[in-house]
Each structure stands twice: as structure tokens, then as C-alpha cells.
Design a protein. Structure first.
Length: 231
């Protein structure tokens, strides 16, 4: 039987989480992420924040990497002053995930960034973020939906050639794109909703929305397929 590609997914590290009679520090990941990996044919592994120096060794054991959604990226990571709308920093997670991204890029390991993960991909390659936009996040704790339009000729367009409604919750977006990145989908207001490295530079894609909260498996299936081919 063919083994399933091993896909590492980055996680939260929370000071307090509660289950049963316990309330402890916890590494957390919404179940939608591993379920999406599993439904797409992969085997999911959690990657809680660790020493960034260990990122190369971690990626070397994986067939693919997913950088999950989460808190706002610290503006210091891209040389900007903090906007009043920007949330509190998560320095350990920023450092770990940036190291994972750079290790995956260096090793040509298939890489998917989701929401915050897309933003960090942009930052890792020298890009910036717009720290506050409106119209892309509804009621706190509830995912909204809006259409995204693919850019013809891109990897994302080859996976999802039609305009599609996607689950979304974000108040930041890509500003100046990082070195080599191209936009591969936009929202109706022009916000960049997907970025990628062109073919020939490895399988690298970032999406601003949350595919783990929907039924469309195409993006994750493409990552798992690329991971299987590269392993």
C-alpha cells in the first residue's frame, strides 16, 4: 500500500486551555486543519513552536508543510510600526513559522500558507502587510464568505479556474509582495487573496481564506499530491 505523504501543520501555543478537569498550557490546532489534510490523502503532524534552529531538521522529515492561520504577524518582522488595530505579538510562533517557511523554500518542500500563513510567506520573502482592512471579517468567531477570482495562468487558477465563495476571517492582507511572488487570486475589492511562486520554483502557494472551514479539497489535494511526488 502506498504511504500517505506526511504533512506538518504549524500550531498555536496557548498559555491556558481547558479540557475535562485540566487547565494547562497547550499546543492547539483547530481540528479542521488535520481533517483537511486527511481528507486530501495526507497524514497530518502537528508542529508546535520550537527553537527556530530546529526548523531545517523538522522540514527534512516532512513531505509537505502547512502554515496555519492565527494571530497577527508582529509588524517588526517586516520593519513597520504597530497599527492600533494590530493584535498582540506572538514572537515564538512568528520566529518558528518564519524558520519553517525558509527551510521549506530552501529544501523545495511543498508549502501551503493559510491566512496568517500566507501573510508570513509574503513577509519571509521580503514583503509587507497592510495592517487593517475592512469587509473581510464579520462577527468575531464566525467565518464569513466572499468570492475570490483566480488570476489566469497561475497555479491556483489551474486548480480552481472559476470564481468561488471561500470561508474568510481576516483584517490584514498582503501589502508589497515579497521577492518572486505573484498574485494568483483577488477579492472583489482588489485585495490579494492568493500568492504563489511561479512554476519551476517549487510548489509554493498561500491563500488568504480558510479552506479547512469549507468543502473544497482542491488546494490541499494539490499540496498532498506535490508532497507525494517529491517524497
Amino acid at each position: 500500500m502506498t504511504s500517505r505523504p506526511l504533512i506538518g501543520v504549524s500550531t498555536y501555543l496557548e498559555a491556558r486551555a481547558r479540557w475535562g478537569v485540566w487547565e494547562l498550557e497547550a499546543a492547539l490546532l483547530p481540528a479542521g486543519y488535520p481533517r483537511l489534510v486527511q481528507r486530501a490523502g495526507g497524514l497530518a503532524a502537528m508542529l508546535p513552536p520550537d527553537d527556530p534552529a530546529r526548523a531545517v531538521a523538522a522540514v527534512a522529515r516532512l513531505d509537505g508543510v502547512v502554515i496555519a492561520g492565527g494571530p497577527d504577524v508582529d509588524p517588526a518582522c517586516y520593519g513597520a510600526e504597530r497599527d492600533p488595530h494590530t493584535g498582540p505579538p506572538a514572537p515564538a510562533r512568528d520566529a518558528w513559522e518564519l524558520a519553517l517557511i525558509r527551510a521549506a523554500l530552501a529544501a523545495h518542500t511543498p508549502l501551503l500558507g493559510i491566512c496568517r500563513g500566507m501573510q508570513l510567506l509574503n513577509v519571509a520573502l521580503g514583503g509587507t502587510l497592510t495592517q487593517h482592512i475592512t469587509g473581510h471579517a464579520g462577527t468575531p468567531g464566525v467565518f464569513d464568505r466572499h468570492p475570490v477570482r483566480p488570476v489566469p495562468g497561475t497555479r491556483y487558477a489551474s486548480l480552481a479556474p472559476e470564481e468561488a465563495l471561500v470561508p474568510t476571517f481576516h483584517h490584514q492582507s498582503a501589502g508589497r509582495l515579497g521577492t518572486g511572488l505573484v498574485p494568483s487570486a483577488h477579492a472583489a475589492d482588489g485585495t490579494v487573496e492568493a500568492i504563489e511562486l511561479p512554476s519551476g520554483q517549487g510548489w509554493v502557494l498561500g491563500v488568504q481564506w480558510h479552506p479547512e472551514m469549507g468543502e473544497d479539497l482542491r488546494v490541499m489535494r494539490a499540496l498532498v499530491s506535490a508532497a507525494g511526488a517529491a517524497s
